[in-house]
Ligand binder design. Structure first.
Ligand code: APR
Length: 311
């Protein structure tokens, strides 16, 4: 069986670490592309030189030329500027939408059948823009949100309880912004609802920490934003597609009426497999969860309207 081909656009912090996870999981051969000459080539070579130690046979190649990305099965877009302290994700919008347009048009030209996984922020609006710029079917375009936010929430719950990360599950829906909606009612430890294990006030502080988790890292790093967890989470989405795992992963997917949302991408639980976003699962939300989710939808819609991509 021929190896799959995975392109990672942007060889910065998130992109390089994504290439590392994808290669070590042997999901396929990896092409790392960046606008800066030498950087993707250098990082790819460095990764190849780690492969004998880590025992992976994925080929990792760096390039500045989209021709080398031709025929990719999955393209992960991390190109763009990250946040600095004091910035919200939406402050990045004008710069990153320009970068995304060039990237996605080139990707669509050379890999018309690829799945697009968007990491660049502000996430939900970038996924919408990527869908527009690519002309791809909506199921072939997804964005990294709940896979990362849920992983952050899981880590906070596991640390609170002193239990294995492996046994904690948590779901975060809505936009990948401070208005995201961590669903504590659906968080479990080996099937036990966390509401039975953690007092309400501690749970709400975990919820708040989850919403601001990206900003917590930005404030600590001072020069950029998080990359270990984002790259690990997008590699998990890539794995679900490549191995047709049918994983249930909350991510930014195109809604066509589900949850009362139509025509935009927003974080919802999705069955992810070789068909991309194969199916959105509609879970029951109580009135507080629903109104938080709709608030998040409103914020994403506002950003999309401001961008005026439909003109
Ligand atoms: N084409 C290809 N690569 C580009 C382009 C472009 N047009 N413009 C910028 N890049 C590259 C930069 O050269 C840099 O190597 O994107 C990379 C971004 O890397 P970092 O600055 O390290 O940023 P990173 O932390 O990886 O974040 C990238 O992911 O999580 C989001 O909010 C984050 O939007 C940001 C993105």
């Amino acid at each position: 069986m021929a190896r799959k081909k995975i392109t990672v656009v942007g060889a910065g912090n998130v992109g390089a670490h994504t290439a590392l996870w994808v290669a070590t999981k042997e999901l396929g051969d990896v092409v790392l592309l960046d606008i800066v000459e030498g950087v993707p080539q250098g990082k790819a070579l460095d990764l190849m030189e780690a492969s004998p130690v880590e025992c992976f046979d994925s080929n990792v190649r760096g390039t500045n030329d989209y021709k080398d990305t031709a025929g990719s099965d999955v393209v992960i877009v991390t190109a763009g500027i990250p946040r600095k302290p004091g910035m919200s994700r939406s402050d990045l919008i004008n710069t990153n939408v320009g970068i995304l347009k060039t990237v996605v048009e080139n990707v669509a030209k050379y890999s018309p059948d690829a799945h697009l996984l968007i990491v660049t922020n502000p996430l939900d609006v970038m996924v919408y823009a990527a869908w527009k710029f690519s002309g791809f079917a909506p199921n072939k375009v997804m964005g990294l949100s709940g896979a990362l936010d849920g992983s952050r929430m899981r880590s906070f719950i596991a640390m609170e309880l002193g239990v294995s990360m492996q046994d904690v599950h948590a779901m975060v829906i809505g936009g990948h912004a401070d208005e995201m909606v961590p669903l504590t009612r659906y968080a479990t430890v080996s099937g036990i609802p966390v509401t039975q294990l953690i007092a309400p006030e501690r749970l709400s502080s975990i919820m708040e920490r989850t919403k601001k988790a990206g900003g917590e890292i930005v404030a600590l790093l001072k020069t950029g934003s998080a990359y270990y967890a984002p790259s690990a989470a997008v590699a998990e989405m890539c794995e679900a597609i490549i191995k047709d795992k049918k994983r249930v992963i909350p991510c930014a997917a195109y809604c066509s009426g589900q949850y009362g949302v139509d025509g935009i991408f927003i974080g919802v639980p999705v069955v992810v497999g070789s068909g991309g976003a194969e199916r959105i699962i509609e879970i029951e939300l109580d009135s507080a969860e629903k109104s938080a989710f709709m608030g998040s939808v409103g914020a994403v819609k506002g950003l999309i309207t401001d961008l005026n991509l439909d003109k």
